[in-house]
Unconditional design. Sequence first.
Length: 215
Amino acid sequence: MTELKNNAAKCGADNKMTIVCLDLEGVLVPEIWIAFSETSGIPELRRTTRDEPDYDKLMRFRLDILREHGMGIKEIQDVIAKIDPLRGAKKFLNELRSITQAVILSDTFTQFASPLMKKLGWPSIFCNTLEIAPDGMITGYRLRTKKTKLTTVKAFQSIGYDTVAIGDSYNDLEMIRAGSAGFLFRSTPEIIKNNPDLPAFERYSELLSAIKEVL
């Protein structure tokens, strides 16, 4: 709690407006690729950014597996349509948005995100896009920019906002550390162990209290 109080003092001293930046998968909704792995019966697709820090390596691996099995965007979207937010996620997000600005920063794709955003009440999301062939096969992907999450929080900071960030994976660590405060939420034991200075929470009520304390 000392760490939270120090962060709170810093936020207050800066006297800036604050945007809370949240990861999507693992924080507000289940991991899409794990859900697809279970439905398709392809265990290799359970690998996520919790396991592989190199995002490009992970995506190239995923696309190779999809091509090998002859699966494309339709099969993935059919699974996404059946995914619901994590229990308590929408209530948490609604309360958070009632007290501060909040935006989702995700390495997912526009072709995946829409049905999930509808179920969460249409929050703002910044994500990437897939390259899809006429036959529906996924041929590649395009990032909005390099280091999308870190670049985005720094852009917010450059126009006068302070940032508080929440995530669960390796690719969230830079944005978590870039602002006045940051938290791990339902992360892995390894990531928590390797980042002992970052407060880690398992329940939305605890996370919301921590955010309120630093605002």
